[in-house]
Ligand binder design. Structure first.
Ligand code: HEM
Length: 507
């Protein structure tokens, strides 16, 4: 009997040892977040990892280790520590982890997107090709697309706004704007109405994919036992199939246009027509879906959050200052044209930088994995360790930003040396679409503020929430999403606006 009991105890002990093991053993000399055996800190971190980690950093210090299930993760929570690890150690922090939900269940048999690929020759080639397609001269050549789409969106808002009398939701208009720019760049195609069913379908799928990539919502990434329950797999499968359907529809549409000679210049068109480029359809789809999701996860939410802020009482002051600065820079009224070729209104540049900082859409950035040992403050962090950047905490670091909880574009007027904020990440895998995104933000806000006064809704219950954390509808998703709100758009000079739009819209 004693033998049986001791045998059972030994088995239980070994089982516990196996379940309680982590990919990287506990790192000596680095504080650790509180946690329990097997699950680690999963319960302690709750739904809103960025906020809880920011609070933990007050007692643990800016850099500490967290154990989530069987994974050990280093989290950096201050601007300086992020710079030290992500920028000064960029060669060592160049890879991305392979996570169960996204990489095994959602992406099985498919190429990963650039943003989810571990660092290897294929990722290097794809990143280089995409970075070339998104460099400064290339982005300048896309400004005609930004021109058409921003005009079209402002035209839609004008039709919808009832001269500032009606409370309207801006979500679909902005989603169509950013999706159209992305589709025109990749496939040379666009949606003519924000009510299109396919537009809705693409956004629904993108939102779901964002959840599969979440670092806080997928416990099966950290606890292998949970993979025995298949419900998540069925859900991910269905979204994968729906996404493949729309990618096929877009690619087939482009192929037909190429065959009939009616295609417009675009990135995928160049690839399909260039006999020296040998990419499979899956690889082409992987590049496109990556570009589409990188845009749709970030840009629409950034613009929508910003419009919400501008519709507030404080937002009125910011709009009036912005409008005056636009008039001062372009007294002849040619800001509308000049914003496509130059960025000469420093207040608008400062405004979009502050929007990016204040809302830091990817609160926990995108995860990294080290490829070499990293030495930090006398501690050796072994190669192969996961790193999470708490970008939100870095962008709200009081040692780096004065009064960080106040929305204040003026902090970016004058000389700002180095990294202005962490919204685009940092170091070797920093966002490669940042220049395009900045140009889109600058152009759109010049045109929007020149066209309308953005006012709060008549029904105060529909007013936008201004606090960046409170305004986020889904803290567990990879990227922040604005809670629904409404506002009003009052044309500053309707006749002038209509004449601009009539001249420009060739839809
Ligand atoms: C406001 C808009 C945007 C924000 C806030 C944003 C944010 C980010 C962040 C935080 C990362 C991870 C960086 C890191 O690990 O350090 C990233 C990566 C990336 N972004 Fe963006 N992004 C935006 C727009 C875009 C656009 C418009 C494109 C392309 C058209 C794009 C393409 C990419 C790609 C391909 C990566 C992966 C880079 C890599 O893993 O090497 N992004 N972005």
């Amino acid at each position: 009997m004693i033998l049986v009991w001791s045998g059972a105890l030994i088995i239980l002990y070994l089982l516990f040892k196996i379940l309680n093991a982590t990919d990287v053993p506990k790192i000596r000399g680095l504080p650790e977040a509180p946690g329990w055996p097997i699950v680690g800190s999963l319960f302690h971190l709750g739904d809103n990892h960025a906020l809880v980690l920011l609070k933990m950093a007050r007692s643990l210090g800016p850099v500490f280790q967290v154990r989530l299930g069987n994974k050990r993760i280093i989290v950096a929570n201050s601007f300086d520590s992020i710079k030290e690890l992500w920028v000064h150690n960029q060669a060592s922090l160049i890879s991305r982890p392979v996570l169960y939900t996204y990489h095994t269940v959602f992406s099985s048999n498919q190429e990963f997107t650039i943003g989810t690929s571990p660092w290897d020759d294929s990722c290097k080639r794809r990143r280089k090709a995409a970075a070339t397609a998104l460099n400064k001269p290339a982005v300048q050549s896309y400004m005609s697309i930004v021109d058409v789409e921003s005009c079209s969106t402002i035209n839609e808002i004008l039709k919808d706004c009832d001269d500032g009398r009606k409370d309207i939701s801006i979500f679909r208009h902005i989603q169509r704007l950013t999706l159209n720019i992305s589709l025109m760049l990749n496939y040379g195609t666009r949606f003519t109405s924000s009510l299109d069913k396919l537009l809705e379908e693409i956004f629904e799928i993108q939102e779901a994919i964002g959840k599969f990539r979440s670092t806080s919502d997928n416990w099966q990434d950290y606890i292998p036992l949970l993979r025995l329950f298949p419900s998540k797999s069925t859900e991910t499968d269905s979204y994968r199939l729906r996404r493949n359907d729309y990618l096929k529809l877009l690619l087939d549409g482009l192929k037909k246009e190429i065959a009939s000679g009616t295609d417009r210049p675009c990135i995928i068109g160049h690839i399909l027509k260039d006999p020296s480029v040998k990419l499979t359809e899956a690889e082409i789809n992987s590049i496109c879906s990556g570009m589409i999701s990188a845009t749709l996860d970030t840009l629409p939410a950034t613009i929508i959050f910003a419009i919400g802020y501008l519709s507030s009482a404080h937002g009125q002051e910011i709009q009036e200052r912005a409008y005056e600065e636009i008039q001062d820079a372009y007294p002849n009224g040619d800001a509308w044209e000049k914003c496509l070729i130059e960025e000469e209104v420093p207040y608008i540049t400062a405004l979009y930088k502050e929007i990016l900082r204040y809302y830091t859409i990817d609160r926990m950035s995108l995860p990294r994995q080290s490829v070499n040992d990293i030495h930090y403050n006398g501690v050796t962090i072994p190669a192969g360790t996961l790193f999470y950047m708490n970008a939100f905490a870095g962008d709200y670091d009081e040692k780096h930003f004065q009064d960080p909880y106040t929305f204040n574009p003026e902090r970016y007027l004058g000389d700002v040396e180095g990294t202005p904020h962490l919204a685009y990440g940092a170091g070797s895998r920093i966002c490669i679409g940042a220049h395009l995104a900045n140009r889109e933000l600058f152009t759109f806000f010049i045109r929007l503020i020149s066209s309308f006064r953005i006012l709060g809704p008549k029904n105060r219950d529909d007013a936008a929430i201004l606090d960046a954390m409170e305004a986020n509808e889904c803290p567990t998703a990879l990227a922040a999403r604005p809670k629904p709100f409404k506002c009003r758009f009052e044309p500053r000079n309707k006749d002038l606006l209509e004449s601009w739009l009539t001249k420009r819209i060739r839809l």
